[in-house]
Design a protein around this ligand. Structure first.
Ligand SMILES: [Zn+2]
Length: 190
């Protein structure tokens, strides 16, 4: 069976102290009982995650399949990522990468692929457009297909595995305040 996930990724890309933010966010989520602050084998992406807490539904729009989520999904936890990561939606790859300045599609130019490899290794987060030469933050480029965000980039992120339904806008807004920057959301499936 495939698994769905939701990754919440700061637009700012580079948090100054991602480990400290992780502690703050986990503490906040635990206090609201959205998660249980105890690491278990409940995610697919890494060794440990945090299981859903008794009030996890407070974060979600109503109407998800809670019963299935609680009874059958072994991967139903929160994975907290610190370190530069390409958060991708899985499935089909990109069909376009659009510059925010000149709107050129640069997907066929090798420059951005090379740039990403350098970014993961610690390079600058501002990608120069091979068409117009303007440098823009990686997250400002359009990595969407049919209005669905496919890729986002940061040194911090939260991935919720198989949580049923969509997250409430109010919850995302509070989370943005705790993290200290607006976020992008990648809905994915593997
Ligand atoms: Zn451009």
């Amino acid at each position: 069976m495939s698994s769905g996930f939701v990754s919440i990724v700061p637009v700012a890309i580079e948090l100054e102290h991602p480990e400290e933010t992780a502690v703050t966010v986990v503490g906040w989520l635990a206090e609201k009982e959205i998660i249980i602050p105890r690491q278990t084998d409940c995610v697919l992406g890494s060794a440990f995650g945090f299981p859903p807490g008794p009030r996890y539904k407070d974060a979600l729009e109503r109407g998800g399949n809670y019963w299935y989520f609680e009874e059958f999904n072994a991967a139903n936890g929160l994975e907290v990522i610190t370190g530069r990561t390409v958060f991708h939606a899985g499935g089909n790859g990109l069909s376009a990468v659009t510059c925010p300045c000149c709107r050129a599609d640069i997907i066929d130019n090798d420059a951005w692929g090379d740039f990403l490899a350098e970014w993961v290794a610690g390079g600058t987060s501002h990608l120069p457009c091979p068409e117009c030469g303007q440098k823009s933050l990686l997250n400002a480029y359009d990595f969407t297909i049919e209005q669905k965000l496919i890729w986002a980039f940061s040194n911090f992120g939260l991935t919720f595995w198989n949580w049923p339904g969509e997250f409430k806008a109010g919850f995302i807004g509070e989370l943005e305040d705790v993290i200290g920057t607006p976020v992008k959301i990648v809905y994915g499936r593997i």
